[in-house]
Design a binder for this molecule. Structure first.
Ligand SMILES: [Zn+2]
Length: 454
């Protein structure tokens, strides 16, 4: 049955606007987008759902998250000044204090938060990928869950690859129309060069999307360029030898086969022109996570340069342990304002506008996950992944420009409806697919387990 969704503004993509428009949806697909009058006469029997002074847009994409860590929101504030201690405390809480069910609940709660903020598609990195996949499926979001792999000791590379391959085989059975798997060698300081090569081969032969953290912290830079700092000391304490290659992370990843997989790279803060050239040539994608980067004090990635060079870039929240929320409108605004607000940034920073923000928030994120054939724009034949944002609040009126109001005045809390593949996941203030009250209560219990050292 065809249904019509109408609103004062339709933004089918970042550069088009239809006033008094409508989107026609049948089953999981968009079948027409146009003016309200045209579509009502084209589909006279279709029920009409009108959102009034609101915008209907393609669903937002969160290109980098760790949904299973949602229980760590606010837990690591005191460790923020020291990234090594931050990671260590997180890993202990995650591995020793949370059960598989806790991880599932944590991921499902993260997916609820995402759905409520208009996110329809997620690129999630997880150590327990099957729980994240189940959480995304239960809540009804689209996404790719990248199974993480760790192992800084080259002597264990082959064994760790075998473990990853076995996990991938099991995870394949949980894939659905909406949720697929990928692989993620965690980071250059937590996975040896030989393991990176083996995982890159696996990704190429099995056609698995690959995601990796890259060029994030000063500690990582020291590790790569000089072989000093907390990561090098951490390896030395474990008796693992490390000789710094003396090059940037991006060149190191190119040397070890990762760039040949056209990976999704999260962060890319410490990159120079040659690195950006390498990224562009390899058709690698970037998940730009400006709030997480700023909160952890890692710095600011050159978003304006990514855009100027035509690199595929989407926004990521990273985990809420470092954000502390998954509000992608806020993330987009922060990306633009920090790029413009930095002293010494070239005029390209000033050119960043609401259109560029919405592009990265929607189709840019879809490209980052190589899902642009399915999602990211509202066009005939695309999957019906869409978000409706109220634009009639005290903080938005008067409204001169719907797109500017969306990016510079709105937040995820203004979302009225989130739809994935034609299914209304969130509307009328509720997520309809899971029991939010039960999961909220469980999250409060998990808090006690996670913080049991206090
Ligand atoms: Zn991350």
């Amino acid at each position: 049955m065809t249904k019509l969704y109408t609103a004062r503004w339709i933004l089918p993509d970042a550069s088009s606007l239809i006033e008094s428009g409508a989107v026609a949806i049948e089953a999981s697909q968009v079948i027409a987008v146009g003016s309200r009058d045209e579509l009502v006469s084209q589909f006279p029997k279709a029920p009409v759902r009108d959102f009034g002074e609101a915008a209907i847009l393609p669903g937002f994409v969160n290109a980098h998250s760790h949904l299973e860590l949602t229980a760590m929101r606010g837990y690591l504030e005191r460790e923020e000044a020291d990234f090594f201690s931050w990671l260590r405390k997180l890993t202990i809480a995650r591995l020793e204090r949370m059960t598989l069910d806790d991880l599932y609940v944590s991921a499902a709660w993260g997916a609820i938060e995402a759905a409520r903020a208009g996110v329809t598609c997620v690129g999630d990195a997880s150590d327990a990928a099957s729980t994240s996949m189940r959480a995304l499926s239960d809540v009804g979001l689209r996404g790719i869950v990248y199974q993480e792999s760790f192992g800084p000791n080259p002597a264990e590379a082959r064994e760790n690859l075998d473990k990853l391959r076995e996990k991938v085989a099991r995870l394949r059975e949980h894939e659905t129309e909406l949720v697929n798997i990928g692989v993620s060698p965690h980071a250059p300081y937590s996975v040896s060069g030989s393991q990176l090569e083996l995982i890159a081969d696996l990704a190429n032969t099995e056609k698995l999307p690959l995601m990796m953290h890259a060029a994030e912290s000063e500690a990582e830079s020291l590790f790569m360029r000089e072989g000093h700092g907390p990561f090098a000391e951490g390896l030395a304490r474990r008796g693992i030898g490390w000789r710094a290659p003396g090059i940037s992370t991006i060149q190191y990843l190119a040397r070890h086969g990762i760039l040949q997989t056209s990976p999704l790279l999260a962060h890319c803060i410490r990159v120079d022109d040659a690195d950006l050239e390498t990224i562009k040539e390899a058709d690698a994608k970037i998940a730009h996570c400006p709030k997480s980067n700023a909160k952890l004090g890692h710095g600011r990635a050159p978003f304006a340069d990514f855009v100027e060079k035509g690199i595929k870039v989407g926004f990521g929240s990273d985990s809420v342990a470092s954000n502390n929320n998954c509000d992608m409108i806020e993330e987009a605004r922060f990306a633009i304002l920090t790029a413009r607000g930095t002293v010494g940034v070239s005029s390209t920073g000033q050119k960043l506008n609401a259109e560029i923000a919405l592009e990265a928030l929607t189709v840019g994120g879809a490209r980052a996950l190589s899902l642009e054939a399915q999602t990211g724009v509202l066009i005939e034949g695309a999957q019906a992944d869409m978000t409706v944002v109220d634009l009639d609040g005290a903080h938005q009126v008067p409204l001169h420009d719907a797109l500017a109001a969306l990016i510079f005045s709105s937040s995820g809390r203004d979302v009225l409806m989130t739809m994935v593949a034609g299914n209304e996941v969130f509307s009328e203030g509720r997520v309809h697919t899971v029991d939010e009250d039960h999961l909220r209560a469980r999250m409060k219990e998990i808090l006690k387990t996670v913080t049991s050292d206090k």
